[in-house]
Design a protein around this ligand. Structure first.
Ligand code: GLP
Length: 264
């Protein structure tokens, strides 16, 4: 299969594939190599993980690839695994089916046989969510920061739950979700935006931009316009994803539809 890699600047690498399935195989090629390298080296930084519909086929592809590994390698991976998720809703216990914790359990933890204690998310059920955000940031710092950070793109340009307007220096914190985001994520709450929690804990742009590598994954025609805005402006508070262009190693993984050229 032809690999379309467009390098538009020294810091952004764009990998474009025809459809989400082909795109996720390409992402998994790279993630798998990173995981294999992490088994050979000490001091590898943990993965930064994301949730959302975009990520579902990615985790499915990653799980089926890793399941083909020889048992000794798989066991070593499970022993050494450490990842931090971007965000979690406030007010949902981890066992709530719409929590991001439940999402990770369903798509990654149980299929791979990971220990949930090694797949960390902010504690959305904490009585003091602001303190829980500080605690999550401290755990990331003590793990040495994030290595490769996966990111989806919100329909309003958010990454994690960094809602517009948003500058590049915001840290892990308690945030209020915008009506647009609650509408976007209503499918996981019986289609009812009012059931989507009003608040969340999210990593800030500051922790995200401190990762070694960023991997922004965008699929579907509905994201084409906001993706174009994020690429065309550098640092617009109204499009939080536009701050990602400041990162020295940004990978954009995109399918034809999100690139705006479906069927061409
Ligand atoms: C959600 C999450 C983001 C996610 C984005 C895209 O609200 N907080 O981390 O990447 O929005 O979601 P989806 O892939 O479902 O479009």
């Amino acid at each position: 299969m032809a690999i379309i890699v467009l390098k538009i600047t020294d810091t952004i690498t764009i990998v474009r594939r025809r459809n989400p399935q082909q795109l996720m195989e390409a992402v998994v090629d790279q993630l798998e190599q990173g995981l294999l390298d992490s088994l050979e080296q000490e001091g590898f930084r943990p993965l930064g993980l994301a949730t959302g519909r975009t990520m579902e086929p990615l985790y499915a592809a990653l799980v089926s690839r890793i399941r083909e590994w020889p048992t000794d390698r798989l066991q070593l991976l499970l022993q050494r695994w450490l990842s931090f998720n971007l965000d979690e809703y406030v007010g949902l216990p981890p066992e709530h089916p719409s929590s991001f914790s439940a999402f990770m359990g369903h798509h990654l933890v149980r299929p791979l046989g990971l220990n949930p204690a090694q797949v960390l998310l902010p504690d959305g059920a904490a009585t003091n969510p602001a303190a829980a955000a500080d605690c999550f940031a401290a755990k990331i710092r003590s793990a040495g920061g994030i290595g490769a950070q996966l990111l989806g793109l919100g329909s309003n340009g958010h990454v994690g739950f960094n809602e517009p307007p948003c500058g590049p220096d915001v840290r892990c914190r308690l945030v209020r979700l915008s009506p647009t985001t609650r509408l976007q994520n209503a499918a996981a709450f019986q289609g009812n935006p009012r059931l989507v929690p009003e608040e969340a804990i999210t990593l800030g742009l500051q922790e995200i931009l401190a990762a070694n590598e960023l991997h922004l994954i965008v699929t579907g025609a509905a994201k084409a316009e906001i993706l174009r805005k994020a690429l065309d402006t550098e640092g617009d508070p109204e499009v939080p994803a536009s701050w990602l262009r400041r990162h020295p190693s940004l990978w954009l993984w995109v399918d034809d539809a999100a690139w705006g050229e479906e069927g061409q």
